[in-house]
Design a binder for this molecule. Structure first.
Ligand code: BTN
Length: 264
């Protein structure tokens, strides 16, 4: 791990809800660092942000890796949901809430391009993935969570493996002038706002994720713990469940990975 130097930590502490900042030039995975800090930081030091200018072994959902390079924004937030008034029964909606916050923040930088949320928390820009989120529970600190976020701000995808090159996109393709630190601050500010909306049970939050939903009206296939669900996506319910019309019945899913989607 190598520490990075910049004025960003001061901006983060004054302009966002983050109380502790660890800014590294390079690390394997910011989620791993945040998980390792989970039982040593006091409640007053949270949320704690671990930011890396370069990640060498980023992790994604479903055991996938997260490819990143110079120009990626990769960070993890160690937080205590109870500090935001979020009891455990609201934790399942955190993933969608974070995705909606990232999509909303990124759309302000995207110059009118189409920014969408692929349930539960992938963010797409004009049909290609611009951000992914991995939320993990530290075994050593049961009341805390690590929210890991990767955003392609200005990534040289010509250096990426071919399958990633065709499926991923950088924010700078939608708008040339983008400052990585401004994106980070906007995401954190929006996340704080959306966490308060979730705690207050505000209906405008579910309206936001319904409006952003990439999958509504599409034919989808979802893998969820050893079973495959196929059908038409009817949208996202107030509690964050994805509604799928499968033949005669409607399934409500709280977990799973959408492996394919297309208009019929
Ligand atoms: C996914 O799309 O599958 C989730 C990708 C999450 C990537 C971020 S980058 C920062 C944090 N550290 C990691 O190792 N992963 C997350």
């Amino acid at each position: 791990m190598t520490p990075a130097s910049s004025d960003l930590p001061n901006r983060l502490r004054t302009e966002t809800f983050v109380r502790t900042v660890e800014h590294l030039a390079e690390t394997e995975s910011t989620n791993d660092i945040a998980l390792a800090r989970a039982d040593s930081l006091a409640a007053e030091q949270l949320p704690a942000l671990v930011l890396a200018d370069r990640q060498t072994a980023g992790r994604g959902r479903g055991g996938n890796s997260w490819w990143s390079a110079e120009g990626s924004l990769t960070f993890s937030l160690l937080m205590e949901p109870s500090a935001f008034g979020l009891p455990r029964d609201r934790w399942p909606a955190l993933s969608l809430t974070t995705g909606a916050a990232v999509a909303t923040a990124l759309s302000k930088f995207a110059g009118g391009a189409d920014v969408r949320l692929k349930w539960p928390n992938d963010v797409f820009l004009d049909g290609r993935k611009v951000s992914g989120i991995l939320i993990e529970a530290p075994p050593s600190a049961p009341g805390r969570l690590v929210i890991g976020i990767g955003i392609n701000v200005r990534v040289p995808f010509h250096e990426a493996p071919p399958d990633i090159r065709t499926r991923a996109v950088s924010l700078h393709e939608a708008a040339a002038e983008i400052d990585r630190d401004d994106v980070l601050i906007a995401v954190l500010q929006t996340l704080e706002d959306f966490l308060s909306q979730l705690a207050a049970g505000e209906s405008r939050l579910s309206q936001t994720w319904r409006r952003l939903c990439l999958l509504t009206g599409q034919s989808v296939v979802i893998e969820d713990v050893g079973r495959t669900i196929s059908g038409t996506c009817l949208g996202i319910d107030d509690d964050g469940a994805l509604r799928i019309q499968t033949g005669v019945s409607i399934e409500r899913l709280f977990s799973g990975i959408v492996t394919s989607w297309s208009t019929e």
